[in-house]
Design a protein around this ligand. Structure first.
Ligand code: ATP
Ligand code: MG
Length: 333
């Protein structure tokens, strides 16, 4: 699963909006000759940061080298990219100050999240059908296009749609409502339909390619768990399901760290007991998702069009609730 096939021109590049990323010669790393560098680039490792946060076994497989050699290459990439060692609290604080935030459209929900959806972190929206998970994903993909003073990051979105519920018409409605040109807004959302869990995982690699050409600061996976859940049904398949889900989440986090991007995932709650949980109100994916997601918002229905969003399991924010409305113009307070 570590192969991250490259397709350089995916047809979406419009040069004027390209964000240049520093070109670092992988060949400068000790032990990396031209052939290895080519294989690494083919597998999607094109700069130091991506190598620095990769796992030795993935790099070994991609470059067809031993794990020990891969480890050395990664260590050197970490040293040069200045990641991976101990850091003082001051540096950590500085990095956190670079975090971007995107508005959800409802100030109450933004406040609950500490100021909006955060970059370099996974935010999960869970809840039963019709609670607004997909609407929120659409709204955030619109809002991120706005300048910071209007709750965005002047950036674009990769949208991985696993259930074919992405609706361009909703983007048009939401864009108009905040004064964005609807066609331009649609042009800044790059959608891929994931046909199965394996394809879904591969699309994160594709997203990395795109993020080198476009200013992508948000990756949406709607839904994170649906394919995994339907493909790995039996009790005996629980371990591989969780293993692949874990890997997927870490690749998403890696994307977030590399590009300082927000990661928004949706998750159904099980209407019948999940094999992991007897409790039918728990989001699917169990402790794997619980550990990987920094912010978990559980949505439930209230008097229409209202929904109640509850923050669960945050490391630095108090638990609490916000009321939001699903309107024709999008998510509102
Ligand atoms: P599922 O688990 O089935 O994917 P979900 O949580 O993603 O559900 P959404 O599709 O986000 O649910 O929410 C659907 C709800 O959004 C509708 O029930 C409706 O309340 C609201 N909605 C959708 N489109 C519009 C619209 N054009 N105008 C007003 N409200 C809308
Ligand atoms: Mg949905």
């Amino acid at each position: 699963m570590s192969a991250k096939p490259r397709a350089r021109n995916s047809g979406t590049d419009e040069p004027e909006a390209v964000v240049p990323r520093p070109a670092v010669a992988l060949e400068d790393l000790p032990g990396v000759g031209g052939a290895i560098a080519d294989k690494l680039r083919e597998a999607g490792y094109t700069d130091l940061m991506e190598l620095a946060v990769a796992s030795p076994s993935d790099v070994a497989e991609a470059a067809e080298i031993g794990t020990a050699t891969a480890q050395k290459i990664i260590s050197e990439a970490r040293r040069q990219a200045d990641v991976g060692g101990f850091e003082s609290g001051v540096i950590l604080l500085e990095r956190r100050q670079k975090l971007g935030r995107v508005s959800t459209g409802a100030k109450s929900l933004d406040d609950l999240l500490g100021g909006g959806v955060e970059t370099q972190a996974i935010t999960e929206f869970s809840g039963e059908f019709g609670t607004g998970k997909t609407q929120l994903a659409h709204q955030i993909a619109v809002n991120i296009q706005q300048p910071p003073e209007h709750g965005g990051l002047s950036s674009e979105t990769v949208y991985i749609d696993t259930e074919a519920t992405f609706r361009p018409e909703r983007i048009v409605d939401m864009a108009k409502a905040v004064g964005l040109d609807p066609t331009e807004a649609l042009g800044k959302i790059h959608i891929a339909r994931a046909f199965n869990s394996n394809h879904q995982m591969l699309l994160v690699g594709k997203a990395q390619e795109l993020a080198r050409e476009r200013p992508i600061r948000l990756i949406v996976v709607d839904s994170l768990t649906a394919h995994f859940r339907s493909e790995y049904m039996g009790r005996g398949e629980l371990a591989p399901r969780q293993q692949f889900l874990n890997r997927h989440l870490h690749e998403l986090l890696r994307f977030g760290t590399t590009f300082n991007a927000a990661i928004v995932v949706t998750n159904q709650v099980s209407s019948r007991p999940d094999i992991l949980f007897g409790d039918p109100t728990r989001p699917i994916g169990g402790n794997i998702v619980a550990h990987a997601a920094t912010y978990r918002i559980y949505l439930r229905k209230s008097k229409p069009p209202k929904r109640i969003a509850r923050l669960i399991d945050s490391p630095n924010l108090p638990e609490g609730e916000a009321v939001i409305s699903l309107t024709s113009e999008g998510i509102r307070e």
